[in-house]
Ligand binder design. Structure first.
Ligand SMILES: Nc1nc2c(ncn2[C@@H]2O[C@H](COP(=O)(O)OP(=O)(O)OP(=O)(O)O)[C@@H](O)[C@H]2O)c(=O)[nH]1
Length: 632
């Protein structure tokens, strides 16, 4: 407590047991007031301008007492005690009212203003050694104990932990963003943000122009030169395909005109067709699908905004009747690439199997090239369904018709995985893409590479190594994080750090700083690089991203790096690789960049940076960083 002039020298109340009156003690060592707030100091006019000189002898005595008191406290066993209610006037405005350990009111009264703050808490006596300097945030109390005794305590603990983490990360972010001395890397970031991925295809660029055009500010939507509508560097948050188009079943003109691959969603009523479509392509959360109304006409959805995923999905009503004369099976099945039949495995599926059989035979007669995909949806009893469905077809003489079965649920990533496979079969470039990814991983130490459609999170292609669900989920989570963060901050570059609660060590921190520099350097030349580097705990940018990252941490705490590179507005390459391989790649890439810059300068006949400051990639490239080892 800060005394006023009338009260005496610097002193504080010491309150050892709540049943004894607190004792006012003079403070010799100013432990609590290392950073004096001038505003508070001004409240005491008697001390203005004066500095208190410490009395060496008194300090020595107090220090000695302090040690003795501390050791006594440490050996002492605390016993729980009953508290008698107490009120204590501290000064003219403040008073304290103690009801029990958890209810201690600090009351402020000034005129008609009356404020009350509960500062009580139940402390764990085994952990409190020093009551003098403990801060509320420093001591653990009953609420910190895990596992929490009740759900509400658990929620409270989670919120507190989140809030503390959030607070720490904000401070950390602030510290990093508001550097007092501008650094080269900040300029590099500006330059990188304005750098197109590819040189101007028109060819009318000077050598100096060919890498960067930095007329744009980093946080605005940057564009490809060949596609002004494409953003580089930040996926918009409200990322989705165009409006959900609802054409009635009579719209046959547009059916014939449209040559995009068509995917039909069929199945019994309430099997989950519309939910699948909404969750995968319209970002609906699974819980919201509970409120979906039954579909009563064919709903056509154009998935056409993406560079690769261009098709239509037709969602059929569950009760569709193939024998109805208005059902034009030639038009419907004729232009169909894939037919996804959804079976609700939680329901009695005999009827669904009958309908599957009926649908496949009808469709096959019209179009032999249809890919038949069966989603065994909502559950795991796929074996029986699989067996009986193929048996039924064989009995009808259609044993050569191939059905691909997928176990799906909208409540996990399985529905995205299954849809990825459906879409991949419709992409003519798939073998080339797979080949390229195979070449990429065999030359780079990458363990798994996915080419993602970032909107739907279905993957267009992957290398030929098996896909495990966990890696796929990780990559999906990463896309979510990147979309969240890039749209909040418009940053093109991110080193994202998260792990368990182990302390941050300086070495990993410095390593991350180095990596930021390196990636900025590279992105100056190669355009956009988005990177999530999981290394240590710090700096989540927002709660949602933090939670997503937490999910990833469980898997990625063993030196694995997730790497995302935006290919264009809708496509991203996401790779999983070992940390040491990543270091190697980054290092090699950096050397290549350095050589490229040097070659470009020689070609331009200019030993100086190509253009000034942030407006030029070469200028922004920090050469002193090039020879610096990545690892401290
Ligand atoms: N448990 C579970 N429920 C799901 C899943 N997918 C969808 N559902 C639920 O199934 C119900 C029916 O979903 P819809 O998408 O309306 O089914 P539909 O096949 O389009 O139905 P119709 O339009 O009548 O043909 C909804 O309550 C969904 O929440 C899933 O994977 N698991």
């Amino acid at each position: 407590m800060l005394p006023t002039q009338g009260l005496g020298p610097v002193s504080h109340w010491k309150w050892h047991t709540l049943n004894d009156p607190p004792v006012l003690q003079q403070v010799m060592i100013d432990t609590q007031m290392a950073h004096k707030d001038p505003n508070i100091m001004n409240l005491d006019p008697s001390r203005s301008g004066k500095t208190r000189h410490d009395d060496e002898e008194m300090l020595a005595i107090e220090f000695d007492n302090f040690i003795k008191e501390k050791s006594k406290k440490m050996s002492q066993t605390f016993k729980p005690f009953q508290i008698t209610m107490k009120a204590l006037k501290m000064n003219e405005q403040f008073s304290l009212k103690v009801l029990d350990q958890a209810t201690v009111y600090l009351v402020f009264r000034a005129g008609t203003t009356n404020l009350k703050l509960n500062i009580g808490m139940v402390l764990d006596p085994r952990e409190i050694v020093d009551t003098e300097t403990s801060d509320l945030g420093d001591v653990s109390n009953n609420m910190d104990k895990l596992p929490a005794r009740t759900d509400s305590l658990a929620r409270l603990q989670k919120s507190i932990a989140h809030a503390q983490h959030y607070d720490r990360s904000l401070t950390e972010r602030d510290r990093r963003i508001r550097r007092s001395v501008p650094r080269g890397s900040a300029d590099a970031l500006t330059a990188a943000a304005s750098c197109p991925l590819r040189p101007d295809p028109s060819g009318f660029t000077t050598p100096a122009d060919s890498y960067c055009k930095c007329s744009r500010r980093p946080f605005s939507g940057n564009s490809y030169q060949d596609d002004p509508s494409c953003y580089v560097g930040s996926f918009p948050k409200d990322f989705s395909y165009g409006p959900f188009e609802q054409n009635g079943d009579g719209d046959s003109t547009s059916l014939q005109e449209d040559h995009k691959p068509r995917i039909l969603l069929m199945g019994l009523r309430r099997s989950g067709k519309s939910s699948i479509q909404k969750v995968v392509f319209h970002k609906m959360s699974p819980n919201e699908t509970l409120f979906l109304e039954s579909t009563n006409k064919i709903v056509k959805d154009d998935i056409n905004n993406s560079s690769f995923v261009q098709f239509q999905i037709w969602d059929f009503p569950g009760q569709i009747d193939f024998f109805d004369p208005t059902f034009d099976s030639d038009t419907i099945f004729g232009g169909c690439g894939a037919l996804v039949f959804v079976i609700d495995a939680q329901d009695d599926y005999q009827e669904a199997l009958d309908r599957l059989h009926q649908t496949v035979t009808k469709a096959y007669r019209v179009n032999e090239h249809i890919k038949f995909e069966v989603f065994i949806h909502k559950m795991e009893s796929q074996r029986d369904i699989h067996h009986r469905a193929t048996e039924d077809l064989a009995e009808a003489g259609l044993e050569h018709v191939h059905l691909s079965f997928h176990l799906t649920s909208i409540y996990d990533h399985s529905i995205f995985e299954a849809f990825s496979k459906v879409v991949q079969k419709l992409i003519p470039q798939l073998p080339t893409l797979e080949n390229l990814l195979n070449i990429l991983i065999s030359n780079s130490g990458i363990e798994k590479a996915f080419l993602f459609d970032v909107v739907s999170k279905i993957y267009i292609a992957t290398d030929s190594s098996p896909v495990d669900m966990q890696s796929y989920e990780l990559c999906c989570d990463m896309i979510d994080v990147v979309i969240d963060i890039s749209c909040i901050y418009g940053l093109i570059l991110l080193i994202y750090i998260a792990t368990d609660s182990s302390p941050v060590d300086m070495q990993s921190y410095e390593l991350c700083c180095d990596m930021i520099d390196v990636v900025i350097d590279i992105s100056c030349i190669y355009g956009l690089i988005l990177l999530i580097y999981i290394a240590t705990d710090s700096s989540p940018v927002d709660m949602q991203s933090y939670e997503l990252c937490c999910d990833m941490i469980d898997v990625l705490n063993n030196g694995t790096v997730l790497y995302l590179r935006e290919v264009n507005k809708f496509l991203a390459l996401v790779c999983i690789l070992r940390e040491e391989n990543f270091q190697k790649q980054v290092f090699e890439l950096r050397n290549k960049c350095q050589n490229a810059v040097a070659a470009e300068r020689t070609r331009a006949g200019s030993p100086e940076p190509l253009a000034n400051g942030a407006a030029d990639s070469a200028g922004a490239y920090d050469e002193s960083a090039a020879g610096r080892p990545l690892l401290p």
